[in-house]
Design a protein. Sequence first.
Length: 162
Amino acid sequence: MTSPLRTDFDPTLDLMIERTLDVPRHLVWEAWTNPAHLRHWYCPKPWSVSHAEIDLQPGGIFLAVMRSPDGDEHPNPGCVLQVVPGELLVTTDTLLPGFRPTAGGFMTLVLQLESVGDGTHYRAIAKHADAAARTKHEEMGFHDGWGIAADQMVAYIKAHLT
């Protein structure tokens, strides 16, 4: 028997974006878990994703290579920790695929989705090792950036998945 990961929110260590999206949960899940879709919305424009790989099983890869407006590429390899299809995705950049430890990891992502009428309650939590990492991420523009990405995702879903 496997026990689920703790996905609670600690405001001293974590950052969160939470909102109700006016698109169905199964399409939000598809946008998050299909690399062909993720590439179109995952980071705020004018940044883009040049390559993405996702293997939806514990120990699988979660990779998004972000490209700056100047063309510099920033790989963000990570590991899938937990998957409950359509409901929960937990990934981390503190591990590589196969649960291989990595130096320089930054956070663990907890994505929780719940149906609300025809829409989706969307909750994304960025968990950090300490308050300094949380503050750094917040100062990098977490709330604006993740909010813009969520808006881009909804627009992409409406244009391409419905």
